[in-house]
Ligand binder design. Structure first.
Ligand code: GMT
Length: 408
């Protein structure tokens, strides 16, 4: 007998970050599986396609008032919206993406709803633990919100361990054990991120039936190597390392760099390129909803980040058969097998990153093998189906817990 359909609330940031993309893809897929899905965010998430009647968007708008700090009332406005949607739609489960403040708002809403409360699944994405959530100004509330969630997931084993180490969380069922026997990561489930392998594919596999890229495919030319980076240009992405790696490669051979995205470090990077007479070789594309056609023409994808819980951008590149040269940090070694489906180098050693790129460019055979291995790695481990099955099972479990607690 098939499982009963669920009413699912999805809370996420609408921006170009990976957490919003993952949340949107899950929401769309759950609607396609017949569940009723309600997405709550401050604006329609960039990749939300509004394609189905059983997928609805609810805008969270916070009251602006002179006494309130700008944005300061977001957590309360979100909790209020969750109460409203939960009461109107009878939500069985809410999936909060990014702990701060989404899991906290969900907890607040559950307190208000009492016996009409929903089950709560919280997915931690990265900086909600490594930067924001573990800052002393947020730490106790982040830990509390994680402990109060029915189910907690992370996209990598790295973030699972990091969450336990930085926040000292004790998920239900672990408190009773003597501290010497307690596994602080118990109760945190690793579910990797995923990518649509039909949309993200090497160029020859593109079929006319698939959706076209958001903008006209531009030919980046095949005579020269094409390096690509995509991110939110925050300090954690080490944008100036991307520039340094490119500077080293372009000093050796004709080469171009496409920078996709926008953020605080963009101006510095643009000035770097201008000051060195490289402006015509570096293209800052700005934010792009999709850039599959750029990836499909890339020789390598650069990701020299300080930290990555997972590295969704790397996965998208790999799905297109593009070798990723990245730093050996965070969850990246769980995504990229060093020397097989990409290359991992020491954080900050831009020379080593550049040499890795040059060595690939020098060896067409190795490059070809790595392209195949990158795509194969994604096909083997990061396809949507099994990941969505795992989330669906967790939603059923969380909804079931809710049913077991009437009046609690
Ligand atoms: O944490 C951020 O700065 C943004 C965040 C996001 O919303 O995209 O990125 C994190 O979540 C992604 C999706 O799970 C991961 O692929 C990224 O690796 C992760 N970023 C960091 O850990 C820095």
């Amino acid at each position: 007998m098939s499982e009963p359909r669920l009413r699912i609330g999805v809370v996420c940031y609408p921006t170009f970050g990976g957490s919003g993309i993952v949340a949107t893809e899950i929401a769309e897929a759950m609607a396609e599986r017949g569940h009723e899905v309600h997405v709550l965010s401050t604006a329609p998430p960039v990749r939300l396609r509004h394609s189905r009647e059983n997928l609805r968007f609810h805008q969270v708008g916070a009251l602006e008032y002179p006494l309130l700090e700008p944005g300061g009332s977001y957590a309360i406005a979100l909790a209020s919206k969750l109460v409203d949607v939960a009461m109107w739609a009878g939500l069985d489960v809410v999936h909060a993406h990014y702990a701060v403040p989404h899991a906290t708002s969900a907890w607040m809403a559950r307190e208000v709803l009492g016996d009409r409360r929903f089950g709560l699944v919280t997915t931690l994405h990265g900086t909600d633990i490594t930067l924001v959530g573990s800052d002393p100004s947020f730490q106790p509330i982040t830990r509390f919100s994680i402990e109060k969630s029915d189910i907690v997931t992370t996209p990598s084993q790295f973030l699972r361990v990091e969450t336990a180490a930085r926040l000292g969380v004790h998920r239900p069922g672990t408190r009773a054990a003597p501290s010497s026997e307690r596994d602080p990561t118990e109760g945190i489930v690793v579910i990797p991120n995923f990518v649509d392998v039909e949309r993200y594919c090497p160029r020859p596999l593109m079929s006319p039936g698939l959706p076209a890229p958001a903008y006209g495919a531009r030919d980046w030319g095949h005579a020269e190597a094409l390096l690509v980076h995509a991110s939110n240009f925050r300090p954690v992405k080490r944008i100036m390392d991307v520039m340094a790696i490119f500077g080293r490669v372009v000093a050796d051979r004709p080469c171009r760099l496409v920078m996709v995205g926008d953020g605080p470090e963009r101006q510095r990077a643009e000035s770097w390129a201008r000051d060195r007479g490289l402006a015509s070789r570096v293209c800052f594309l700005g934010r792009q909803e999709e850039f599959v056609d750029v990836l499909q023409q890339a020789s390598a994808f650069l990701l020299p980040s300080e930290s990555e819980s997972f590295g969704l951008a790397a996965l998208e590149a790999m799905a297109c058969g593009v070798p990723v040269v990245a730093s050996r940090v965070g969850g990246l070694p769980e995504v990229i097998e060093d020397g097989v489906s990409g290359v991992l180098e020491t954080l900050g050693d831009t020379d080593a990153h550049a040499k890795a790129v040059l060595s690939l460019l020098d060896s067409p055979e190795r490059m070809a093998a790595m392209r195949v291995a990158a795509r194969q790695r994604v096909l083997d481990r990061f396809q949507p189906g099994p990941v969505l099955d795992a989330y669906e099972a967790l939603y059923q479990a969380a909804a079931g817990k809710r049913a077991l607690r009437p009046g609690s």
